[in-house]
Design a protein around this ligand. Sequence first.
Ligand code: HQG
Length: 222
Amino acid sequence: MKLNELSKEISYALRHAPHEYELELDEEGFVLIDQLLHAINEGGNYDRTVTKADLEEIIRTSEKKRHEIVGDKIRALYGHSVPQFIKKEEGVPPKVLYHGTTKEALGSIKKNGLVPMQRQYVHLSVDREMADSVARRKKKDIAILQVDTEAAQKNGIKFYVGNDKVWLADNIPSKYIGVGFFGPTPTDCHIIQLDDYPTSAYAGVWTVEEFIKKFPDKYKKV
Ligand code: HQG
């Protein structure tokens, strides 16, 4: 059984295309496991019948907790792009959350803040490492952003629980966002407020290395 493929198909069905599987998500994004299994098995993409135990194994062994089973139901914990609004539980996140993106997007993020784009929420990570791997999916020059959630919350921005490592949010204005230059240790980092970050750096006129060279005392290479 190709569990990785199955996991991707489940994410596709539960985040983006439940209608293709004749599934209806409830307001928290749950569907009956039996209905999901029926639809997946009708597709006949796997070498044997997919069972609830396979779904449980995906959740247990995956490096990211993408799905959740509660009783006889399953849902995707984040990532939704379905037109139907999926309600997430509001919560108080860690004071700082990270977002991995591309340098190319910085100009637009500076102007419009972080916005959900094709998804229902902005996705944030609890640690830099995860933000880094999220950014590297895009296969471009990356930028790691740091969100001051405390200041944002004080001004009415809401955060929602995804899983233990992923938080969700509505739009986050750029005044709460910093661009991070991170070194190998937690103290070896410097954040520049996105609004102060020179356009020449993300436009590629300066590479990050050049930028760091210009400010050797303050910035260290990752
Ligand atoms: C960018 C994966 C221009 C944003 C990951 C991102 C994550 C803007 C892209 C989860 C912007 C959207 C979600 C603005 C945001 N202007 N670009 N104003 N605001 N963006 O894939 O966060 O492995 O929809 O920076 O690990 O990359 O599938 O979101 O680059 O947790 O489980 O618009 O998906 O999880 O891209 O990834 P995405 P994301 P899974």
